[in-house]
Design a protein around this ligand. Structure first.
Ligand SMILES: NC(=O)c1ccc[n+]([C@@H]2O[C@H](COP(=O)([O-])OP(=O)(O)OC[C@H]3O[C@@H](n4cnc5c(N)ncnc54)[C@H](O)[C@@H]3O)[C@@H](O)[C@H]2O)c1
Length: 369
């Protein structure tokens, strides 16, 4: 099928926008034509740097009839407002994670998209990368047998050491589960399928954080969310995952993701990357074996989920980094916090099908035959 470039308008030109504006050029189906931000200087500077034809106000961008998809790269607190405005303007929307802060807002966005027959896609798209698709293939092809358990660990000491606007990570919608949970839990769901119940413990270990990124060195910011979240997720397929997401750990040697099967262990790469190494160990003793990639996209390919959605709009198939997948995962983030508050398991209400594996053997940049 011939690829038709789809016109994209970007809302939000902060830290993550550079990756998208650079990498989208690798996908013939994507054509970013305009940028907007509440801060017009930021939009103008990014347009100039990446050769985008136009920087304009958000309202102008939404009214532009040539734009078919809005790429929403605003901070989490603005996601819903921008998503609803984009859908009401008749545009498909793809956004950075999380889908929303509150489940009710996410439901509004998905309902409006359904009513208007428009698509909602949501990062992360790292699970579509070479490392994670290789892991998926190994699992589906039976290399470790039936998966019985998993581990997913993200530990660091917070983003205030490098992110110039790190304040939002310590406000509602921030914290390690909402910020990094999307990578880990989305990958677990694509590997293991939907979850059925969650238990958790969430704590705020420190009342304030001190920024050490050079532009705000020494600025003290309040912490309004839990920054260490631990718990378990029981999956419908019977596997039980142990999870830690923390901004409170200076150093650790925990793996990112491991899947434990009845016949072996699968070491899944860092889900905040597209590639990194994949290993299988089928022996109780002995070395794990590095497995070569079966799929494309080992390098940073942020835009891959957006490109997949643009292809899917044209061919009529479901897109992989879908709003429904993001909703299920969003419910899991809340589940850890709710379970901690109530001191009981949280039964997950939503479900989702595993997204289809990526096709093998296509040219880089092309996602459908
Ligand atoms: N920075 C990263 O490394 C990173 C990585 C992955 C995902 N993300 C996600 O990307 C999103 C953006 O993060 P960031 O780090 O780029 O944040 P940022 O604060 O650097 O940039 C956000 C931009 O959005 C603009 N904005 C906010 N509300 C707006 C609105 N209503 N209309 C128009 N513009 C608006 C802000 O002015 C700012 O320029 C977040 O959801 C975050 O979780 C960030």
């Amino acid at each position: 099928m011939a690829v038709r470039p789809m016109k994209i308008g970007v809302v939000g030109c902060g830290n993550i926008s550079s990756a998208y504006l650079e990498i989208q050029k690798r996908f013939p189906v994507l054509d970013v034509v305009a940028l907007s931000d509440l801060n017009m200087d930021r939009a103008g500077a990014q347009a100039e740097k990446y050769g985008i034809p136009r920087a304009c106000r958000v309202e102008e961008l939404l009214q532009d009839p040539q734009i078919e998809i809005i790429l929403n790269l605003t901070t989490p607190a603005a996601h819903t407002e921008v998503n609803l405005a984009a859908l009401n303007a008749g545009k498909h929307v793809y956004l950075e994670k999380p889908l929303a802060i509150e489940l009710e807002d996410a439901r509004k966005v998905l309902a409006l998209a359904k009513e208007k027959n428009l698509r909602v896609g949501c990062a992360p798209d790292t699970f579509l990368g070479a490392g994670h698709q290789t892991a998926r293939k190994l699992l589906d092809d039976g290399w470790i047998g039936r998966p019985v358990a998993a581990a997913a660990f993200m530990t660091c000491r917070g983003h205030e050491s490098w992110h110039p606007n790190a304040e939002f990570y310590y406000e509602t919608g921030g914290g390690p589960m909402f910020d990094m949970g999307p990578y880990y839990l989305t990958d677990l769901v694509q590997l293991l399928g939907p979850a059925r119940r969650v238990c958790g413990s969430a704590q705020k270990s420190f009342p304030t954080r001190t920024m050490t990124v050079d532009v705000k060195y020494g600025k003290v910011i309040p912490v309004n969310v839990p920054t260490h979240v631990a718990g378990t997720v029981d999956f419908v397929n019977g596997a039980v995952a142990t999870v830690i997401m923390s901004f409170d750990v200076v150093s650790s040697s925990l793996p990112c993701i491991e899947i434990y099967g009845e016949e072996g262990t699968l070491t899944v790469p860092n889900p905040n990357s597209f590639g990194e190494e994949v290993f299988v160990n089928r022996q109780r003793k002995g070395e794990k074996t590095k497995i070569p990639y079966t799929h494309n996209y080992p390098d940073n390919s942020r835009s891959l989920g957006l490109a997949d959605m643009a292809h899917a709009i044209q061919s009529g198939r479901p897109h992989r980094a879908s709003g429904e997948l993001a909703y299920h995962v969003l419910e899991l983030f809340h589940a850890f916090h709710i379970a901690s508050d109530i001191g009981k398991y949280y039964d997950v209400q939503s479900t989702v099908e595993r997204p289809a594996p990526m096709a093998m053997g296509l040219l880089p940049g092309i996602l459908d035959e």
